[in-house]
Design a protein around this ligand. Structure first.
Ligand code: MLC
Ligand code: AMP
Length: 467
């Protein structure tokens, strides 16, 4: 998978920069080799790393691929409940990485010869469903996050399809500042660079200033979630610096049409949108050099088939898909894995979409109000509700996502409680789960409206029809 580390593109002193620190491929391989040696010394089924935006996280993930041991990237801001759940559920051993510690035996020359396969070899030669590379924790509509097992084969298939769609090559310098514990920042944003041989500049945080500064340094390919792009579009000077780029790519949530147009006006680029999920990786995208339109996420990538499960006569319905980029299952949850597929074996995305006559896909919404996308993060309402109910003063809780100009959706918690403030409840969630899962607003009400089955009627809450 990690073609760049076999030396075919040569080495360069500035191959990988993360949050201001730079390493060559040789240095990265040395640090990753030390991680792989650690994993070989005490065999484990999976290992976890606190996935800060750092060279250590990159070395850990590469080390896991060399050793053939799946990596569980932990959100660095995860509170004790979320951290304990992930470590317990995955059985992963938490590993500390010291980037200065190198295994001299692993060099780019020996890597291609010695590597057992999945890290460096081609997908077909080595990786299989039994060969997990990453276990990514992500929210469902209810309960605690599930571990999504992603194979090396799925990752290589996806990266190669994306490289073709975006004309992504070793000539590029990839720039982004996204978190390294999700598909966008980690799979595309790190492993994508190490497969295509493009130089990587991770800016630490995805701020307009940092993206503009990287443009001065030769950035050509830019990744961002819509919140990042809308903040750049609101900073005309920084946006103008991106006119030197080759391609701007948006994903993880819908890019609002006004942001698309502002970016085009300020940078001269029409941003390419792509659509994906943790369970499927990226499956549908616009093409570099192709026609792109606001609100459209493009056409299926090579190897992906899609269909719309619509009621007779309707043009929109659930997007379902099959292809080589799909996950291997939810860790330890065969029922949940089975429930994610239709009887005839298509993955149910839970997203509502339409497909035009030209094959261009548009995502028009989600089937469930319990899945919230805020700042590009996927957040299950049930997980936040459970965290709120753990507070001794909270008797009832219902969480919804409401439209937000900056975040796409913002988390709003309706609670029945007394003797506690909204700020205290926000801090309580931020401390127990992750900071990005905190409600941005807490509204106190007398009772949660429920239907005859006792299920919260969230539409009434969203429409402001609850007292
Ligand atoms: C505020 N803070 C608090 C707090 N309130 N901390 C603790 N308790 C509280 N009550 C602090 C935070 O710690 C942080 O500090 C600061 O406030 C800002 O936090 P924020 O407001 O949450 O960040 P924000 O600027 O809103 O983040 C926007 C964002 C972020 C776009 C940078 O949402 C982001 O990185 N999104 C990317 C998500 C992503 O990668 N998704 C991909 C999923 S994969 P400090 O010190 O840290 O500043 C996927 C597949 C696909 O979807 O298709 O790609
Ligand atoms: P996650 O598992 O965090 O990757 O979240 C996946 C979800 O993000 C999908 O099911 C969609 O709801 C949403 N998503 C990703 N990309 C897009 C996009 N380009 N447009 C609209 N929604 C998107």
């Amino acid at each position: 998978m990690l073609t760049a580390l076999t030396g075919v593109f040569g080495d360069r002193a500035d191959a990988v920069t993360v949050a201001g620190r730079t390493a060559s491929y040789e240095e990265l391989l040395g640090a990753a080799g030390a991680v792989a040696a650690d994993l070989a010394r005490v065999p484990v089924g999976a290992f976890a790393v606190t996935a800060t935006a750092s060279l250590e996280t990159v070395a850990a993930v590469v080390g896991g691929l060399i050793a053939g041991v799946p990596c569980v990237p932990l959100p660095p801001d995860a509170g004790p409940s979320e951290r304990d759940h992930i470590l317990r559920d995955s059985g992963a051993r938490l590993l500390e990485v010291d980037f200065a510690r190198r295994a001299p035996a692993v060099t780019s020359a020996s890597a291609s010869a010695a590597a057992s396969g999945s890290a460096f070899g081609s997908a077909s030669a080595s990786a299989s469903v039994e060969d997990p590379a990453l276990i990514l924790y992500t929210s469902g509509t209810t309960g605690a996050p599930k571990g999504v097992v992603v194979s090396a084969a799925a990752i290589t298939a996806d990266l190669d399809a994306l490289a073709a769609a975006w004309q992504w090559s070793a000539e590029d310098t990839l720039v982004h500042g996204l978190p390294l514990f999700h598909v966008h920042g980690l799979v595309l944003g790190v492993l994508g660079a190490l497969r295509t041989g493009s130089r990587l500049v991770h800016t630490g945080r995805p701020t307009p200033e940092a993206y503009a500064a990287a443009a001065e340094a030769g950035g050509s390919l830019y990744f961002g979630v819509p919140t990042v792009w809308s903040r750049i579009a609101a900073a005309p000077q920084e946006a103008a610096a991106l006119s030197r780029a080759r391609l701007l790519v948006s994903g993880s949530a819908a890019l609002p049409a006004p942001v698309f147009r502002d970016l085009e006006r300020l940078t001269g680029h029409r941003p390419v949108e792509r659509y994906g999920m943790t369970e499927t990786l990226i499956t549908v995208s616009g093409r570099a050099g192709g026609e792109v339109h606001p609100g459209a996420v493009g056409t299926p990538l090579a190897g992906i088939r899609t269909r719309i499960a619509a009621e007779p006569g309707a043009e929109i319905g659930e997007l379902q898909l099959t292809g080589p980029t799909l996950f291997s299952g939810y860790l330890g949850r065969p029922e949940a894995t089975a429930a994610a597929y239709t009887e005839d074996g298509w993955f149910r995305t839970g997203d509502i979409a339409s497909v035009g006559e030209d094959g261009v896909h548009r995502i028009v919404g989600r089937a469930s109000t319990d899945m919230i996308k805020s700042g590009g993060y996927r957040i299950g309402a049930g997980e936040i509700e459970n965290a709120l109910l753990d507070h001794p003063r909270v008797r009832e809780a219902a969480v919804v996502g409401v439209p937000d100009a900056d975040l796409g959706q913002r988390i709003v918690a309706f609670v029945v409680a007394d003797g506690v403030t909204g700020a205290e409840l926000t801090d309580f969630v931020a401390a127990h789960l992750s900071v990005h899962k905190r409600p941005r607003e807490v509204r106190f009400i007398a009772a949660i409206p429920r239907n005859a089955m006792g299920k919260p009627q969230k539409r009434l809450l969203l429409e402001g029809r609850a007292g």
